[in-house]
Write a protein that binds this ligand. Structure first.
Ligand code: ZN
Length: 321
């Protein structure tokens, strides 16, 4: 790995192993998931959401979660996270020893019912039970808990989502004991003005509690929304390698913002991510080979780095590798 000489300004968290993979039909081989995890971490990605801890009958893609997590935990310095929809998922995450659990609930009732089959109030109550459960785990081995709010900028079932509701739920998860809150534009309805407004308000409510953003590029505004969130003080973003993935409500639509595109944006502007793009881009090429027929819309992966690309304020790639 590139020696890290500079502090990290912005954390980039890979979620393609969960968000991307859950949206495709083909089941990726366990060994390929492990190779992906190892090589992307070697390129400097410090946190990877490696699976969703849902029953395999619902998402067969994650039937090998135990093996993938066990392998990921062997990667030195990698923060291994998993998505959990409920207390049952949390029990599995604790048993597997993940470092972090990303709790998923939606701001809109319709999406929460469709996704986790219960009301928003029930999801909030379950989050409280997970916090209680985690308090019984010895601190040294206790996973951190992030509270994720999906459909925060609009919902494919209900349409508009009230900003007040997003702020209220973010505060509620924080009060219950979240270690971090993540606000997600699950279906790509957000725009930079709304993103700036909502993240500013949430940040004001949460104070020093870490606040992350999760954007999808479904309607092409993903990286514009990143800039707006940066403006609002957000310093951690979820993304998917090569931008692969989809939207269950819009067949053929693109998925998360691309990890490589996000890193290119940040490093072009002089924001350090600890990630070596020259080592990351070949992983996209490798992944394309492993997922035939899957779209990888990332512009930087298609076009390649500009000639003599020098991250603003950073070392040249020649110096870095
Ligand atoms: Zn997502």
């Amino acid at each position: 790995m590139t020696p890290m000489t500079q502090p990290i300004d912005v954390q980039v968290r890979e979620v393609g192993m969960r968000d991307g993979l859950q949206s495709i039909q083909a089941i990726m081989a366990t060994a390929d998931k492990q190779a992906w995890c190892r090589t992307e971490h070697a390129a400097g990605v410090a946190e990877i959401e490696v699976c969703s801890l849902v029953p395999p009958r619902l998402l067969p893609q994650f039937g090998d979660a135990a093996e993938v997590v066990a392998f990921a935990l062997q990667q030195p310095g990698l923060t291994v996270s998993a998505l959990i929809p409920n207390l049952k998922g949390a029990e599995r995450g604790i048993a597997l020893g993940v470092h972090k659990m990303n709790y998923a609930m939606s701001v809109s009732e319709g999406h929460n019912q469709a996704n986790v089959r219960r009301s928003v109030a029930d999801s909030v109550a379950d989050f409280g039970r997970i916090v209680e459960r985690l308090r019984q785990v010895p601190e040294a081995s206790r996973p951190r808990l992030a509270g994720g709010l999906a459909t925060a900028f609009g919902c494919s079932i209900e349409g508009r989502v009230a900003e007040d509701r997003v702020v209220e739920l973010a505060l509620r998860l924080a009060e219950l004991g979240a270690d971090e809150v993540v606000v997600a534009d699950t279906v790509g309805y957000g725009n930079p003005a709304a993103v700036r407004r909502v993240f500013r308000r949430v940040k004001r409510e949460l104070g020093a509690l870490p606040l992350g953003a999760h954007f999808h590029d479904t309607r092409g505004l993903g990286l514009a929304n990143v800039l707006a969130a940066l403006d609002a003080g957000v310093d951690r973003f979820d993304s998917s390698l090569g931008g692969f993935g989809g939207c269950p409500y819009a067949p053929g639509a693109t998925g998360n913002i691309a990890t490589d595109g996000l890193v290119f944006l940040l490093q072009s502007m002089g924001l350090e991510t600890g990630i070596d793009l020259a080592r990351l881009l070949p992983v996209v090429g490798w992944l394309k080979g492993k997922l035939p027929g899957v779209d990888f819309p990332s512009a930087i992966a298609i076009a390649g780095l500009p000639k003599n690309f020098v991250p603003a304020g950073g070392p040249t790639l020649q110096e870095a590798v």
